[in-house]
Design a protein around this ligand. Structure first.
Ligand code: AMP
Ligand code: MG
Length: 449
């Protein structure tokens, strides 16, 4: 195929696996989104091995680990909870006392146990102990009757109906949350708030996480104007570097901002060489579309192996991807993503291709975001043979039923469509027109942006 470079690893991979279908509306030199993702994943795995990311581990105090990627399995050193304990405020007793024909159970209160108390009195048949949530279960007791189901009589007796509790209820078992010596959190996990809490519940003060990869960002285009300069007719402010910076900060990567680069071979060569010395990954925007990519291509041929792709998707059709040769003192190649210039296309290609690749490169396992099937509230025109990432709004109708609708104008330059959306509606490669009520895949922005 014409537009695919035959030099880089990803491109070879694609050429071997490209199904050619002459009847398809899009010609065979378009890659499908899936093919592009596979090619990216293959190269990333390759570089991940070369970069020996397993060597790049740092120990951090727990409070600094949110969003970082766990480098080793965490085995639980203890049982959590360490002993059986009560899940309710109530009265602990032995369930043998429920084995009677009588409907009402009467138990004598012989003591009280609070959470945190380290010794607990014993009980005998027809006796109970007043117990608080989280308090250790008395040795002979296996069941707790919640306080609200009992009546207290003057002589220190409680009464409750037998059917209100079954043997073993309202008791938390030793090790039911985490068992000693079993994996509590797995290597490759992007640490969430709950993981931080889990580690704390095990008494683990520090975690080994992968060092953050360094990502260089730059914007290419002669029309771009830095905010510090006056905006003159014919120029636009550079917004892509800011949206990319925000996307990357949210994911916790180290960012190197390489600014705006003019469309000349000298400037591009200089910028990419500098960036590849410092960064593990370079993300540029602009300058990859047909007719614009000539200089970028020329420089990429000098510096590494990069394929210039046309992807059967909307928005975000052109994209460059590959690797730049290692420049000492680095030993592994720099990954290069050349995203399209349109502000929405930048964000879509970032989330659909770059996000997972960066997390994978940094050691994360399964960084994918789950898709949710939702009914479309409206008709959508969609051509089969390309994937569309429409910006959508999830909402509930007056009966509480969940629907998705588009944010309206879907032009690749209309950043407002992205800003007003709360999800991507993903209209798959083979999907055609959508009728109201049809089910569509949705990727919710929370967890994404
Ligand atoms: P290109 O891919 O370079 O042809 O750019 C496509 C469109 O995106 C053009 O209208 C550019 O002006 C616009 N564009 C390119 N880079 C940026 C940027 N950094 N910020 C905002 N718009 C941009
Ligand atoms: Mg341009």
């Amino acid at each position: 195929p014409r537009r695919i470079s035959t030099t880089g690893v990803p491109c070879r991979f694609i050429l071997m696996n490209k199904p050619v279908n002459a009847n398809q509306e899009f010609q065979s030199d378009f890659l499908s989104v899936t093919e592009a993702r596979n090619a990216i994943s293959t190269l990333i795995q390759d570089i991940q091995l070369q970069a020996k990311r397993s060597d790049a581990i740092e120990k951090l105090p727990l409070k600094q680990c949110l969003g970082r990627i766990l480098a080793n399995d965490i085995l639980s050193p203890i049982n959590v909870p360490a002993t059986d304990n009560s899940a309710m405020d109530g009265f602990a007793f032995n369930s043998k006392d429920l084995k009677t024909d009588r409907e009402q159970i009467h138990l004598r209160i012989v003591g009280t146990v609070y959470a945190g108390q380290t010794s607990v009195p014993p009980t005998q048949a027809s006796e109970c102990i007043k117990i608080m949530t989280g308090a250790m279960m008395p040795p002979d007791c296996d069941t707790v009757i919640p306080q609200e189901f009992t009546q207290l009589s003057d002589e220190g007796l409680i009464t409750f109906a037998k059917h209100t509790v079954r043997a073993g209820e309202n008791r938390r078992l030793r090790g039911e949350d985490l068992q000693a010596d079993k994996p509590a959190i797995q290597q490759g996990r992007i640490l969430k708030a709950s993981d931080i809490g889990l580690a704390a519940s095990l008494g683990i003060a520090e975690l080994g996480v992968y060092q953050r990869i360094k990502v260089a960002i730059l914007s290419s285009g002669d029309e771009l104007c830095d905010m510090s300069e006056p905006l003159v007719p014919g120029k636009i402010y550079d917004s892509n570097r800011f949206s990319l910076h925000a996307c990357l900060s949210r994911l916790g990567f180290e960012i190197i901002d390489c600014g705006i680069v003019r469309d000349t071979p000298e400037d591009l060569r200089h910028a990419f060489t500098l960036a590849s010395q410092k960064a593990d990954v370079i993300i540029s925007s602009g300058g990859v579309s047909v007719g614009e990519a000539d200089f970028t291509k020329q420089i990429m041929d000098e510096l590494g192996e990069v394929g210039f792709w046309k992807i059967a998707m909307r928005p975000g059709r052109p994209m460059a991807f590959g690797s730049l040769k290692p420049i000492s003192p680095k030993t592994s190649p720099t990954v290069f993503f050349g995203l399209p210039g349109n502000p929405v296309a930048v964000m879509v290609t970032f989330y659909q291709f770059v996000r997972n690749a960066l997390l994978q490169l940094n050691g994360a396992l399964k960084p994918e975001i789950p898709l949710v099937l939702v009914q479309s509230a409206e008709a959508i025109r969609k051509k089969s043979g390309r994937t569309e990432f429409q910006r959508g709004v999830l909402f509930r109708d007056s009966e509480g039923k969940l629907f998705v609708k588009s944010t309206g104008s879907q032009g690749a330059g209309i950043l407002r469509s992205m800003s007003e959306a709360n999800c991507f509606m993903i209209l798959h490669h083979d999907q055609g027109n959508i009728a109201p009520g049809d089910w569509v895949d949705v990727e919710i922005f929370d967890g994404l942006l």
